[in-house]
Design a protein around this ligand. Structure first.
Ligand code: ATP
Length: 614
């Protein structure tokens, strides 16, 4: 059994059987469209019947025309004219009728089956996205974003192709059976020869199909790596350019593209081999069959008209047979894609509500970390190493400390984005492990350093804090965050798009929009990772003023990089190696001349000089 609870990539280690995948595909995604598929099946039957009727019609025409060239009929009428007239009257009507039925049936079956396949794809994408949103932060981070994107774009395309081919295969199978019936009707001995010859030659085609499946799975996995690489290169363009890393990136790209070339070539070459191999094998088979046909005619087992119809049926057989012979390869590619899609759909979050978890319901919130230990992975070092500190309700607590000390980890654990290994995190003396996640997260508003914004309007970005808020509330929040004025000065006011990742705004503007969002959320706990990116003095003063306003009456835990925040905080906690080494207000800590005083001298001396200099 595959452990579906493990992270997404693990789920691909043992491929599920094609039969179980097909079963799930049918039950969970296709069965709901069975009405459409039933009509498509009927259309396929009409298609197969009209195709099978062609050799029979041909025999009739053939016989009628050879009669026309024969001796006087028993009726005494001119047989040449009467047979030819019959063909003239009925022949075109027959062919036209068969053609129209065949074409219409093809259209109906293609339309309905493609429609069902596309709808199933939409359902899958919806399920994948819902599940992705439900996963833990750690699970989402473990998966490279390129791989995830590929599961939403490439894999459904491959699966759609497989599903439409599978639908067509049903029609192909019916046609194949119809034509086989026609051939048995003409000469069953010849038919047995055909089955034996074609059966023996199917083996190399199946082997090729297997190799294609493997190659295609590798190509798909690498497509994700490629997407991740290009997305990294685009998002890191600033660093690449400033460090003149273009050549390094080009060289790395060369490696990635070479690998892509190698894998794609292998699949392409195998595909290139597939059709000609089938063609050559088909020619071998036909050569044997023609030889046997000649012998059968010599034995008087069938006549010339029947021979022609038999061969026409055999030739017509090649199209559905080819469709069916490549079906395996296409199906294998599709099932590999479906398996990757299922890996997302089946992934389950590890952090879930305990049974009957009560909701946290606090207007004011005190926060306490009690001897908390946490590490990001089993073999890694502890990011939090017995972290203990408290923040009284309404207090502002500033976390300071060297890079990598564990400050961001503290904020992440408080929102239960990760679970501590030992120790307790309490809000109003209640362990957050026991309360419902939704209620816990509704009590915390988080503003990160990079103040993440969606590619939407300013209004929509603020409204994330409270989707039900009206314009009035949004404006009040923006004013509190010192954002209203610059928003009104933007080209479309609150409807101005912020661009991808908020790219159309400055760092300070982004932070103020994120603060407005937090203000709108109106939660008792505010978690803030101050932007370290140098904001100009004016921008910094505006953010600081907004922060002071927004944090009023809330318990604020801030990773402090700014002097003003540190000085005005009710308490400063100095974090080193995942533990608190000192805590107290600014003045007392400076007087103690310990870790904080050293850090202050180191980190803030330069800036404080700047601030103190008129
Ligand atoms: P900074 O001020 O540079 O942001 P920080 O004090 O906020 O640093 P954290 O980000 O909490 O420090 O990191 C604490 C430790 O955990 C570091 O050693 C870091 O390498 C590690 N760490 C942080 N995030 C992850 C992660 N997602 N996976 C693995 N290790 C991580």
């Amino acid at each position: 059994m595959i452990d579906r609870k493990s992270h997404i990539a693990n789920d691909l280690e043992q491929p599920a059987s094609t039969r179980s995948l097909a079963g799930r595909l049918w039950r969970e995604y296709i069965a709901r469209y069975k009405g459409r598929l039933a009509i498509a099946l009927m259309a396929m039957a009409a298609y197969a019947a009209s195709a099978s009727a062609i050799p029979l019609g041909l025999e009739w025409i053939n016989n009628a025309l050879s009669d026309a060239g024969g001796a006087q009929g028993p009726s005494g009428a001119d047989p040449q004219t009467s047979s030819a007239r019959r063909v003239l009257l009925l022949g075109p009507v027959l062919i036209l009728a068969l053609g129209v039925v065949n074409g219409l049936a093809q259209y109906i079956q293609a339309r309905l089956s493609v429609g069902a396949a596309l709808s199933a794809m939409r359902d899958m994408q919806q399920d994948m996205f819902s599940q992705l949103m439900a996963l833990d932060l750690a699970q989402i981070r473990r998966e490279a974003s390129g791989q995830t994107i590929s599961r939403f774009t490439n894999d459904p395309l491959i699966l759609r192709e497989t599903l439409t081919r599978l639908a067509r295969a049903v029609g192909d199978l019916k046609t194949l059976l119809g034509l086989c019936g026609v051939m048995i009707f003409y000469d069953w001995v010849l038919f047995v020869v055909v089955v034996v010859v074609y059966g023996a030659l199917a083996w190399p085609i199946a082997t090729l199909g297997k190799r294609l499946r493997k190659g295609s799975a590798q190509t798909q996995a690498q497509a994700g790596d490629l997407a991740a690489f290009v997305s990294d290169a685009a998002s890191g363009a600033e660093a690449i350019k400033t460090y003149r890393g273009e050549d390094i990136m080009r060289a790395r790209a060369g490696g990635v593209f070479d690998e892509r070339l190698r894998l794609m070539k292998r699949v392409a070459y195998l595909r290139a081999l597939n059709e000609p191999m089938i063609f050559i094998i088909g020619a071998c088979a036909m050569a044997i069959v023609i030889g046997i046909v000649a012998l059968r005619i010599m034995d008087g087992a069938l006549d010339a008209a029947q021979f022609i119809s038999f061969i026409v049926a055999l030739l017509m057989l090649s199209q559905p047979a080819r469709g069916l012979s490549t079906l395996n390869a296409v199906a294998q590619e599709g099932f590999a894609a479906f398996e990757r899609i299922l890996a997302v759909i089946d992934a389950r979050p590890e952090i879930v509500d305990p049974p009957n978890a009560p909701a946290l319901d606090a207007v004011q919130a005190s926060v306490a970390f009690e001897d908390v230990y946490f590490r990001y992975g089993a073999g890694e070092k502890y990011a939090l190493n017995g972290m203990t500190f408290t923040a009284e309700a309404g207090q502002t607590v500033a976390l300071v400390g060297p890079s990598g000390a564990g400050k961001s980890t503290i904020l992440a654990l408080l929102s239960r984005l990760y679970v501590p290994e030992r120790g307790a995190i309490k809000i109003n003396n209640i362990d957050i492990a026991g309360v419902s996640l939704t209620s816990l997260r509704s009590h915390c508003a988080y503003v990160s350093q990079d103040a993440f914004l969606f590619d939407d309007t300013i209004r929509a970005n603020i409204a994330l804090g409270d989707p039900d808020a009206d314009d009035q509330k949004i404006i009040v929040a923006a004013k509190a965050a010192n954002a209203h004025d610059f928003i009104m000065a933007s080209s479309q006011g609150y409807d101005t798009p912020v661009g991808e990742g908020g790219g159309a705004l400055s760092g300070g503007q982004k932070q103020r929009i994120a603060l407005a969002r937090a203000f709108l959320k109106d939660s008792p706990i505010l978690l803030l990772d101050e932007a370290t990116a140098a904001l100009d003095a004016q921008s910094e003063a505006r953010v600081q003023e907004a922060l002071a306003r927004i944090s009023k009456g809330r318990t604020t835990i801030v990773i402090a990089h700014r002097l003003a925040t540190v000085r005005s905080a009710d308490k400063i906690v100095v974090v080193e190696n995942g533990a608190s080494v000192e805590e107290g207000p600014h003045g007392a800590l400076l007087a103690a001349d310990g870790a904080y005083a050293r850090l202050y001298a180191l980190q803030f001396a330069e800036k404080s000089d700047q601030l103190l200099t008129p």
